[in-house]
Design a protein around this ligand. Structure first.
Ligand code: XLS
Ligand code: NI
Ligand code: NI
Length: 437
């Protein structure tokens, strides 16, 4: 078999003392934490779009990426060769999952029929490579934002034919995800939003988006696809305002249109920060609603205001993320999906390894640290005690719904004042976390 990454051996765990840049220092897939292996906890996934389709261009300059296996053409044959290179990469990295948009893997043809045919020809190779390597599809999705037909949006387009085209595209993408045994399917509303309210019927667009998702749910049942549906929040980029702007907005939308039982959230760090939240906030909001599904692991740049999609390198960040994920019982169908790209200056194939190895090690550390914090128990105990007044007496009565405003007023009139509060001890808790880093 032809190798596309000559000179790169399968990446193995060598431990924290290793100076080998192409080895894991912290991600030991078979190590056990809280009863599961690291591999089972983290379910790492490589994204096709950034890792195999991003030429690393920016608004000021052309792509810089050197990808020797890619002839730069839009042929199906090139797309098939790229699949072989992608699987060699994922196999050498030891990533158990991958994710893709329909248009990442296969080129558009002259019409929908030809495009679907192209996709089938590439899916055949994806299936072969999945079988050869055991690597699985974490989730599939449809690109409903790049083609000019989607300039007004897809499900929220002012043009009903565009809605129909998007429906046809998602129908096919669901069939493909089903065929490949996908563990999930993601809806990200890339252009489901607006640039100006002057030309926008917001109410109608939101209703159309809900209609679209209901049709997808119906079709999923029809073909017997068992994968989990996710919606991925992002507040802006490419539009000025996107309807699925953050976890709370998504949950409200899903609840309003009776979709909450069908979709969970796929949360991305850089989208959280674009929305003015921390990633942990988004995870907590989703977890509290029973809708924490999967994560797109990346990070933004504190000094840049856009979706820079960098690989995560902050152990503090991954510790926070893993604390919340462990708290809500782990990623069931989801995974740690690296929706991240190397910098334009990091143009060699080996940089793809450095980036993913770093991300995987950072998450492995975060997981181990989070587990140690949980085992220590002081943090959870502090929070438990902070809410202690709710565990008995008046608090428990309120929680059980066994009281009224009248009764509570009577009690406070008698008591005269609510008892002084306890300190939040933020600084003590911050120090406590640092003990584990
Ligand atoms: C873009 C999104 C996108 C989704 C999949 O910002 O993160 O890549 O994850 O369509
Ligand atoms: Ni994403
Ligand atoms: Ni993003």
């Amino acid at each position: 078999m032809k190798t596309h990454f000559p000179g790169i051996k399968p990446v193995v765990y060598e431990g924290p003392r290793s100076k080998n840049p192409l080895a894991f220092k912290h991600y030991n897939p078979d190590e056990r934490v809280e009863g599961k292996t690291l591999k089972e906890h983290l379910r790492f996934s490589v994204v096709y779009w950034h890792t195999f389709r991003n030429a690393l261009s920016d608004p000021f300059g052309a792509g810089t990426a050197i990808r020797p296996w890619d002839d730069g053409s839009n042929s199906v044959k090139n797309a098939q060769t790229r699949v072989r290179a992608a699987f060699e990469f994922m196999e050498k990295l030891g990533a158990p999952f991958y994710a893709f948009h329909d248009r990442d893997v296969a080129p558009e043809g002259k019409d929908l029929r030809e495009t679907n045919k192209n996709l089938d020809a590439v899916v055949k190779v994806l299936k072969e490579e999945q079988q050869r390597t055991g690597i699985r599809l974490l989730w599939g999705t449809a690109n409903l934002f790049s083609h000019p037909r989607y300039l007004h949006g897809a499900a929220t387009s002012c043009n009903a034919d565009v809605f129909a085209f998007a429906a046809a595209q998602v129908k096919k993408a669901l069939e493909v995800a089903h065929e490949l045994g996908g563990a999930g399917y993601v809806f990200w509303g890339g252009r489901e939003g607006y640039s100006t309210l002057l030309n926008t019927d917001l109410k109608r667009e939101q209703e159309h988006l809900a209609k679209f998702l209901h049709l997808a749910v119906d079709y999923k049942k029809r073909i017997g696809f068992q994968g989990q549906f996710y919606i991925e929040p992002k507040p802006k980029e490419p539009t000025k305002h996107q309807y699925d702007s953050d976890a709370a907005a998504c949950l409200n939308f899903l609840r309003q249109f009776d979709l909450l039982s069908h979709l969970k959230l796929n949360l991305e760090t850089n989208h959280a920060t674009l929305a003015g939240h921390t990633m942990q906030h988004e995870l907590e909001v989703a977890g509290a609603a029973g809708a924490l599904g999967s994560i797109d692991a990346n990070t933004g740049d504190e000094l840049l205001g856009w979706d820079t999609d960098q690989f995560p390198t902050s152990v503090y960040l991954t510790t926070q993320i893993m604390l919340t994920i462990l708290k809500y019982g782990g990623l069931a169908t989801g995974g740690v999906n690296f929706d991240a790209k190397v910098r334009r200056e990091s143009f060699e194939p080996v940089d793809l390894f450095h980036a993913h190895i770093g991300g995987m090690d950072t998450f492995a550390r975060g997981l181990k640290i989070a587990a140690a914090i949980r085992k220590d128990g002081r943090l959870a105990e502090f929070v438990r005690q902070r809410y202690g007044s709710w565990d008995s007496g008046r608090g428990a009565q309120i929680e059980r719904g066994q009281t009224s405003f009248g009764e509570l007023e009577a009690a406070m009139l008698k008591q005269g004042e609510a008892a002084p509060n306890v300190s939040g001890r933020q600084e003590y808790l911050e120090n406590l976390i640092n003990e584990f880093l």
